[in-house]
Design a binder for this molecule. Structure first.
Ligand code: GDP
Length: 436
């Protein structure tokens, strides 16, 4: 079964980029299936080179790989062309990139609507990245979206832009004189993007099917995380798409049986950007320590991330929602020197109530606090560990506790930002998959 989905098991920023980058070595095709340039991956290469990706799959760093932007992704063509240009300037071969002709485009009015929407919400704002992603998905659902393929036909493009802007007249009124909203100028600009991207636009479903049919490894690269899922996350403080594994099928155009393995990536602690419930949040010195040690500031926005103890109630929920077959625990090294450690095993709700499972009701979730299991920490530097046996006993016990509680084997552990700073475990399925 040559399909492997790698998804975020928490609130995003779990280090999925590095995991996909590692697995991309063995993959033939890497495909992004949802989100837009609100995702940010930081990849550190062996020579210390740092690459930041917002849209293009990080697999592009591997010459010869096919890197696909699936139909479920929303594409800001300005960001896409800039990202391509930056990569080319750094000598990266971008010829493996393919963009689904059905992927939707972020338009200048989506950006304006996103900014205006957040400003209007004031204190209730969602904390979006203001990149126009939510309004773009909204237009997709309203059947007013403009797709990659529309860039190739000026007449259709202009008609569609006109049709999409008409119903937004009222909301866009404050920007009436803004030159970015001029129909002719916008059509021209997007035609230019079309010329630049034309060679990359393809029937990406077919590319993925062919690879799967030939038993070649296809990696479905998730963005954001399970708890930010528009259906299964902490709505409304969520992203506007579905980061869960099921979306890998929809956003790439394959069936559930094409995905044999689902790896959930989670940090050894938890972070979240923006507003919304966070039962294990640490608003004290320990939280600040995690932020500093883990470099917890957003790749895309630079915003400080909220930090807290690992939340096993939420992680077990993520395991079920995604059907995880493997867990990847990143940033174990960040916990070094914190003793004791705590892991949430239950939630305490209002009036003495307790919850073993992730509560569906937002009023409960907003008030929930973790009930913790205390676990011994460690002080030894673990960044050079490459086998589980190299870890101190308490670090191994910590991992075992997490894996047993969640009921999913750990396939990979991160012990530092570098590509080589990982421990592959013996979880056998993963080995056979990567050998495929
Ligand atoms: P993503 O969007 O899920 O890929 O996450 P980000 O790229 O926003 O955040 C991951 C950050 O953590 C990057 O700077 C990585 O280099 C770094 N990172 C990944 N794994 C580890 C790890 O095991 N230890 C440490 N210290 N840093 C890591």
């Amino acid at each position: 079964m040559p399909g492997l989905a790698i998804i975020g098991a928490q609130w995003g920023d779990e280090g999925k980029g590095k995991v996909t980058d590692l697995v991309a070595d063995a993959a033939d095709v890497v495909i992004r299936f949802q989100g837009g340039n609100n995702a940010g991956h930081t990849i550190v290469r062996e020579n210390g080179d740092v690459y930041k990706f917002h849209l293009i799959p990080s697999g592009i760093l591997h010459p010869g790989k096919i890197c696909v932007i699936g139909n479920g992704v929303v594409v800001d063509p300005r960001v896409m062309t800039e990202e391509l240009e930056t990569l080319r300037r750094r000598g990266v071969d971008t010829s493996g990139l393919r963009i689904s002709a059905n992927a939707h485009l972020i338009m200048p009015y989506h950006l304006l609507l996103d900014q205006a929407g957040e400003a209007r919400l004031g204190k209730l704002q969602i904390g979006t990245t203001r990149r126009g992603i939510g309004p773009c998905y909204a237009d997709k659902a309203a059947r007013l979206g403009i797709r990659m393929q529309d860039l190739l036909d000026e007449k259709i493009l202009k008609q569609k832009i006109y049709a999409a802007m008409e119903p937004k007249r009222q909301s866009l009124r404050p920007h009436e004189k803004d030159p970015v909203l001029d129909l002719h100028a916008m059509t021209e600009e997007y035609r230019t993007f079309g010329h630049r991207l034309e060679d990359y636009i393809a029937d990406t479903q077919r590319i993925v099917w062919d690879a799967l049919d030939d038993e070649r490894l296809v990696v479905f690269e998730g963005a954001q995380g399970t708890l930010l899922d528009i259906d299964h996350g902490t709505y409304p403080f969520v992203t506007s798409s579905n980061p869960v594994a099921g979306e890998a099928c929809v956003g790439a155009g394959v069936g559930p049986k094409d995905i044999g393995e689902v790896w959930g990536v989670g940090k050894a602690y938890v972070t979240r950007v923006g507003s919304g419930p966070f039962p294990t949040e640490l608003e004290d010195g320990t939280g600040e320590r995690l932020r500093a040690a883990g470099g917890e500031w957003g790749t895309t926005t630079g915003r400080p991330r909220r930090c807290g103890w690992i939340d096993l109630v939420a992680l077990r929920y993520a395991a079920r929602v995604n059907g995880l077959t493997g867990l990847v625990i990143t940033k174990l090294d960040v916990l070094t020197g914190i003793d004791p450690l705590y892991a949430a095993v239950r939630y305490l709700g209002p009036e003495g109530s307790t919850f073993d499972d992730f509560p569906y009701h937002q009023s409960i979730l907003h008030k929930a606090r973790g009930e913790y299991r205390e676990l011994p920490g460690w002080n030894d530097d673990i960044t050079a560990a490459r086998r589980l046996e190299d870890l101190p006993r308490s670090a191994r016990d910590y991992l075992d506790f997490v894996s047993e509680f969640v009921g999913v084997p750990i396939v990979l552990v991160g012990v530092g930002p570098g590509r080589d700073q990982v421990i592959w475990t013996d979880a056998s399925q993963s080995r056979s998959l990567l050998a495929a």
